[in-house]
Ligand binder design. Structure first.
Ligand code: HEM
Length: 197
């Protein structure tokens, strides 16, 4: 089994858990709940992407990191759904994140963040019917690379196999940690929503 297949296999239970947690089909989604979800994702992606960015010289490795970053998409979506820039800047950031000391750890995180673009299209389609969010604005995070999702994922797979070297177990371990820390962080949204935030 190649590394990508092993990653899929070993992280499957975590993926299922996070999918269940988001509970897209079962829940009635409102514009407020969607905004709460975007805020929560920003609070996770922003600091984690900071760690990923610092972990390697991406341009030296031939990886187009600026194009891969999702934080700008989340910021844009939050502005589209009505958050002011100072609100976005002041949102809580997650501190319970994987340690990203070097390339193998960064690749483990990137597997999860890049893989999320595959399911993102399903999510965007599902949520685009929320009343008050018509017109397609506010979905740039879940739509990510648009028609380029497939090619971007394949290019990531090639990058991963080129640079994984002997770090496979670390990459898998950090991918699992990325899912579990994200799951914990997203659980905080439930209490915020229950409290009417
Ligand atoms: C309700 C929410 C979600 C749904 C419905 C969903 C759905 C999917 C689907 C359908 C795929 C496979 C796409 C394909 O093979 O073309 C996929 C892949 C993936 N998703 Fe999700 N997803 C969700 C949330 C997430 C989240 C929040 C993350 C992590 C941040 C995530 C990470 C991944 C990863 C890493 C893969 C790649 C698996 C692989 O092929 O190695 N997903 N998702």
């Amino acid at each position: 089994m190649n590394l990508l297949a092993r990653l899929r296999d070993r992280t499957r239970p975590y993926h299922e858990a996070v999918e269940l947690q988001l509970g897209l089909p079962e829940r009635p989604w409102s514009a407020d709940r969607y905004r709460a979800l975007l805020r929560r994702f920003l609070g996770y992606y922003d600091p984690l992407e900071g760690r990923i960015e610092a972990a390697a010289d991406w341009s030296e490795l031939g990886f187009d990191w600026p194009r891969r970053r999702k934080t700008p998409l989340l910021q844009r979506d939050l502005l589209s759904v009505g958050d002011a820039p100072d609100v976005v800047a002041g949102l809580p950031r997650c501190a319970d994140l994987p340690d990203v000391e070097g390339l193998p750890q960064a690749l483990g995180c990137l597997y999860v963040l890049e893989g999320a673009t595959l399911g993102g299209r399903v999510v965007a389609r599902h949520l685009s019917g929320i009343p008050g969010l018509a017109g397609g604005a506010g979905f740039s995070f879940f739509s990510s690379y648009g028609d380029e999702v497939g090619p971007m994922w394949r290019a990531f797979g090639e990058f991963l196999s080129t640079w994984a070297n002997s770090g496979d177990e670390t990459i898998i371990k950090v991918a699992c940690e990325t899912f579990t820390t994200l799951g914990r962080w997203l659980r905080g949204m439930e209490s915020e929503c229950a409290a009417g935030a």
